[in-house]
Design a protein around this ligand. Structure first.
Ligand SMILES: [Zn+2]
Length: 255
């Protein structure tokens, strides 16, 4: 992971994705925007009570900093739907928890406050995907479903796919008191002391089971709840904003 500062906004890039020259991506913090508390300041989500003009400005800032042409959003519902953004049909906001695209310049946005933003890229086929994986997404294996979509729709080879897992609830804070009813038996091996679970390890294993190479998976290992000064955290603050993780193919170069 390395830090980038562009247009006055500080964000992070995964090291392996940062080396791909036809890719734009960034994992933002809550800093560098215009929203007032409790959405201070780089809140990118509408519908939470933040001023629409502030959300619009914040979205412009992440688009400028990442360097794409358009942002594509999804209405995240902790479901299992993987949406393929196709040429000419890129407008609108699909109900989905994962987006995949091959369209240059179109940046896919994942909005989170404790859930995992997971960015995927196949540098051989030039296919990018953004995934919202909360605990329900982990249970439903939304990551495996997204990789399956990259394979079936675009012919990706999972061994080529690079993955980055952004700031989210760490094993320090992912407490599930009702884990016996909420989480499957298969997650028990990820349980630490008390009722805390390592969802980062769950995601790494789900990606490996989908065929990714472990060396191609970078985990930022920053817990949002422990760092709620830097990231929005629903568990820490309840009424709060969402920060963005963004990925897409670079816009076509002017000739
Ligand atoms: Zn924590």
């Amino acid at each position: 992971m390395h830090e980038v500062k562009k247009d006055g906004i500080l964000f992070h890039r995964f090291d392996h994705l940062g080396h791909c020259d036809r890719l734009c991506h960034g994992v933002f913090t809550r800093q560098g925007g215009v929203s007032a508390p409790p959405f201070d300041s780089l809140n990118v989500a509408d519908g939470l009570g933040d001023a629409p003009a502030h959300v619009r400005e914040n979205r412009q800032r992440i688009l400028r900093a990442t360097g794409g042409t358009d942002l594509m959003w999804m209405r995240q519902v902790h479901g299992t739907r993987v949406h393929i953004a196709e040429k000419g049909a890129a407008t609108g906001t699909p109900v989905a928890d994962a987006l995949i695209t091959a369209i240059p310049g179109l940046l896919l946005v994942v909005q989170v406050a404790d859930c995992q933003p997971v960015l995927l890229y196949d540098p051989r086929r030039h296919i990018a995907a953004g995934v919202h994986s909360g605990w329900k997404g982990s249970v439903a294996n939304i990551l495996g479903r997204t990789v399956a979509g990259m394979i079936s729709e675009f012919g990706c080879r999972p061994a080529d796919i690079l993955a980055g897992i952004g700031p989210s609830l760490g094993p320090c804070c992912a407490e599930f008191r009702h884990y016996q009813t909420e989480l499957p038996e298969a997650f028990r091996s990820y349980k630490g002391p008390r009722s805390h679970f390592d969802f980062w390890a769950i995601s790494v294993d789900q990606l490996c089971r989908a065929g990714l190479q472990k060396d191609n998976i970078e985990v930022q290992k920053v817990c949002t709840r422990c760092h709620d000064d830097r990231y929005f955290s629903y568990r820490a603050e309840k009424i709060t904003g969402r920060f963005a993780a963004v990925i897409g193919l670079s816009p076509p170069q002017p000739t």
